[in-house]
Design a protein around this ligand. Sequence first.
Ligand code: ADP
Ligand code: MG
Length: 341
Amino acid sequence: MNEFEFLDGLRRQTDSRRHSTRLLTGIGDDASVISQAGNRDLIVTTDLLVEGVDFYPDATPARLLGHKGLAVSLSDIAAMGARPCWTFLSIGMPPERWEDQFKDQFFAGYLALADHFGVTLSGGDVSETKTGIVIDSIVLGEVNSGAAIKRSGARPGHQILVTGTLGGAAAGLKLIENGARVSQSPPSASASADDESIQALLLRQLRPQPRVGWGMVLGQQELASAMIDLSDGLSSDLKHLCDESNVGALIDASAIPLDDDVKRLCGRRALDPLALALHGGEDFELLFTVAPENVSRLPKKVDGVAICNIGEITAAKRAIRIRERNREWDLQPGGFQHFDR
Ligand code: ADP
Ligand code: MG
């Protein structure tokens, strides 16, 4: 049984055990939605990062790990169209990490990102582990009642859009696996353009930028009909969105915004930009759908980040097709899954 089959079973068990009608959305979206007094809904998400599985400690400076620990959860709050407000952070680490600079640098990175978005660290837990670091970051956010953007609102004819560029984080992971490391000093005058691209891709993997501004604009202005963040990979996350909405999609391969540094380095390093953009995870961009009449209301950029229209929702239930020049084929989900052996 893989991760998603297990979660489907868990979801069925909890659907028949709703102890409060105030839980508006439970298992199955980027975050849960709980109605509050005062015309607000609370949005809650939690994410686990495990050493050796979600990050390699020798390639991940502690400060960047702190940043990423929060960024992954902020991204899920953004994917609901919500404003992030509070965070809780639980961390387990072996005694040797407790003794060195790790924990101070980790929290410096965590708190710097929290400050950037006006999010308050409000609690958590600390534990000693026998081996390895484990991080669980919870973020709570808010929307006006009923304004959360779920995965289930896409309808045939709605346009499919994505923020930023894709493929960079997966390329960064491949570079790490091939031994590349993030430079701790500013770029030297002798750094080549390739070196700069490699450093940029490492940071796409190690220091993701959650699209909090875009999430809030899409939520507050009721622009998006459905949304998900790209954590597993476009092919997998679009499938989650289509399955929840009971629709299909047709994607135009030439419209997918490929990361410039991936394009620069591809070929020479056996990186196929389109494959990385389709199946590589952790770009933490937002994938969302917009009804045709709302497309012209979309801002061009938010926080300097542009969007691209990459396709259209179809009535072909749960079928995802991709078109490249005059060829069209089924896009199989190829993103990351835990317990996918
Ligand atoms: P995301 O990638 O957006 O963080 P996940 O794929 O991790 O989402 O999770 C999918 C859904 O399953 C989410 O709604 C999440 O809350 C739920 N989920 C994951 N693990 C558990 C668990 N152990 N118990 C209950 N719900 C879970
Ligand atoms: Mg998500």
